[in-house]
Design a protein around this ligand. Sequence first.
Ligand SMILES: [Zn+2]
Length: 409
Amino acid sequence: MDFDLLLRQARLPVGDGAPCDIGIKDGRIAAIAPHLDSDAPGEALGGRLVCAGFVDTHIHLDKSCISDRCNCGSGSLPEAIAAVAAAKREFTVEDVYTRGRRTLEKAILQGTTHMRTHVEVDPRIGLKSFEAIRQLKQDYAWAIDLQICVFPQEGLLNDPGTEELLIAACESGADLIGGCPYTDSDPHGQIARIFGIAKQFHIDIDFHLDFDLDPSWMHLDEVCRQTGIHKWGGRVAIGHVTKLSAVDGLQLEVIGKRLADAGVAVTVLPATDLFLMGRGLSHSVPRGVAPAHRLLTLGVNCSLATNNVLNPFTPFGDGSLLRIANLYANVAQLGASSEFGDCFDMVTSRPAQLINRTDYGIKVGNPADIVVLDAPDKASALAELAPPLLGIKRGRRSFARPAALLNRP
Ligand SMILES: [Zn+2]
């Protein structure tokens, strides 16, 4: 068969682990076999792992790279929200585009091929950030599929004018709607309005749900209830949900079943949660990271994601989702290779399912989105933070990073 590009001796993330050849034609995966006879130009992968790229379901490109503009002392969540709200007043379309591009390019170089970015919309910023990110989505479509989730970070029912702007964004290219009930004067009212907008535009929902360690109350039940009423199962995700790090095993089992039955997925954001939670304590600081690996066993779909990069919420970030998954495994005290595999899946196949991509994965007929990692399998890639060496998006090379070379004497 006549291929445009041939990858030799690749190892797939699923199956028996035997190396195979992957033939690419017209931007799609045309064949996968132990050996493909072809003179097509190719790459010898030497048994390295390939996947369809990392999938980041929760990042904020619009407010990335502003650490140098914010003066933060206590490191608390209210301080971070206030500092970003103040910085946001100075944002311009060009400024958001430039900073968003810097973060997006890093993520592409780290092997991310799909991303859902949350974008703040309110009467102060208007649609400036949205317009900048919409332009980025178009300009970088050659390397990454970018979904735009517009949401009211500073509240909806307490912030007149916000709903009209969210609707305007949905009319001009936003892919889905988000919510942030914990900052609203009427959290349940906000949840109801977000479902209303989602149904009006037939779009998915992704909530910033809660962000504290008090399990005595939560909005999770209301989200599950509304998901059931509106028959939106499989189209709703909730992020952070740090309260789930503060419930015991029995409570978690009840909540996990509730989420699984409702079809509500969970995104855990370890870098931010570790940085912001438990700030009032001087010692034995709780981790504040929801136990995604336990939720998986209860039938909940979960992803691990980046959230913030170089801002008061998270003053770190290289765009690497493999690093986030490694961080999660470390914090969650996971060590078995099957658990490492689960963590790898939570930055690849599981988030692809969360964003309802049905064409994700190294399969014949799917778009040729392929990332080569310098490791033989998922567990090693996670444990050793294997560098991504080559990225292919819809059959075209999107980035390359030569393997490190020792200069022996
Ligand atoms: Zn977020």
